[in-house]
Design a protein. Structure first.
Length: 278
C-alpha cells in the first residue's frame, strides 16, 4: 500500500477520488469518462462563454435582490458540465498549486484523470478531507506563514463553488474594495486613491489586522453566507481539520490560506460580471 493510501486510512476519511487513480502510473477507470472525448479537443472558449453567461445571470439576480432566482442559477451552474470542466482545469492546469499535493498525495493529474475528476464532481459530494499544513517564510521576516493545502478533489470542488459564489457577492461588495476580487488589482486601488486625493491633501491610514484570517469566527462567517446552497460544503471545509507534523488537529477558528476559495494572489484578472459583452 502506498504512502498516500496509508495516510488516508490513518485519518479515517474516505477515498477522495474513487475512479481517479492514486498515482500517475495507475490506470484510471475508463468507464467513468466519454471514450470519444479527449482533454486536448475541448473547446475552452465555448466552455468559458457558457459559464460566464450563467455568472452574469447570478450577478444580475443578486444585484436586483431576486434571491430565489439567484439560487436557481447557482444550482444550475454547479450541476453544469462546462462549469465542472472549467473548475478542474483551474486547479489541474492554470493554478501553480497543481504541483503541490494535499494529504492524499495526489498532484499533476494527466488528461484522463482530469476527465475522471470532472465526472466525480457530478456525484454526491464526498466528505471534506483535512488540509496539509505547510509553513512558508514571510518576505523580509523571520516569521513563517501557514498554508493549508486541500486535496485535489476538494480544490476542484472549491473552484466549482467559487464560480457560483463570486458573482453573487460581487454585486454586494462596496465599490471601493479591491482585495481578492476578480477584475481588480493593486493598480486599480492606486488609481482610486490618486483620484480621491489629487485635488486636496488628505490623511491616509494604513492598518493591518494581526492574524486576521487565522482567527476568523466560523459562526459569524456562516451567518453571513445565510441559506446559500454552498453552506454545508463551506462548513465542512472550515471544520475539516489540519494535518501538521503527523498530527491531526481540529479547526475551531480561521480559514486555511492556500485553498481555491481562500485569500491568495490571483494569477489572472477575469472580466467583471457587470460589464456588457458582445
Amino acid at each position: 500500500m502506498n504512502k498516500a493510501k496509508t495516510l488516508k486510512r490513518r485519518l479515517g476519511n474516505p477515498k477522495p477520488f474513487l475512479s481517479v487513480a492514486w498515482d500517475t502510473n495507475d490506470i484510471p477507470d475508463a468507464c467513468s469518462v466519454n471514450p470519444n472525448l479527449k482533454w486536448k479537443d475541448i473547446n475552452w472558449e465555448k466552455v468559458e462563454k457558457y459559464v460566464f453567461k450563467l455568472q452574469k445571470l447570478i450577478y444580475r439576480a443578486s444585484n436586483r435582490g431576486e434571491i430565489r432566482k439567484m439560487r436557481k442559477y447557482q444550482r444550475l451552474l454547479t450541476k453544469s458540465y462546462y462549469a465542472r470542466l472549467l473548475a478542474v482545469r483551474r486547479v489541474t492546469q492554470d493554478n501553480q498549486g497543481k504541483k503541490t499535493a494535499g494529504v492524499d498525495g495526489i498532484k499533476n493529474l494527466p488528461p484522463m484523470q482530469r476527465l475522471n475528476l470532472v465526472d466525480l464532481l457530478n456525484t454526491r459530494y464526498l466528505k471534506a478531507s483535512p488540509t496539509r499544513r505547510v509553513w512558508i517564510p514571510k518576505p523580509g521576516r523571520d516569521e513563517k506563514r501557514p498554508l493549508g493545502i486541500p486535496t485535489m478533489y476538494d480544490r476542484a470542488l472549491q473552484a466549482l463553488v467559487k464560480l457560483g459564489m463570486e458573482p453573487e457577492w460581487e454585486a454586494r461588495f462596496e465599490p471601493n474594495s479591491y482585495g481578492f476580487r476578480p477584475g481588480r488589482s493593486a493598480h486599480d486601488a492606486i488609481a482610486a486613491i490618486f483620484d480621491s486625493i489629487k485635488l486636496k491633501p488628505k490623511f491616509v491610514l494604513d492598518a493591518d489586522i494581526s492574524k486576521c484570517f487565522d482567527r476568523i469566527n466560523h459562526d459569524a462567517l456562516l451567518r453571513k453566507i445565510a441559506q446559500s446552497p454552498y453552506r454545508r460544503l463551506i462548513k465542512e471545509w472550515l471544520k475539516s481539520g489540519v494535518f501538521d507534523n503527523k498530527q491531526l488537529s481540529n479547526t475551531v477558528e480561521g480559514t486555511p490560506q492556500g485553498g481555491v476559495i481562500s485569500p491568495q494572489k490571483r494569477k489572472h484578472r477575469p472580466a467583471r460580471y457587470g460589464r456588457k459583452t458582445k
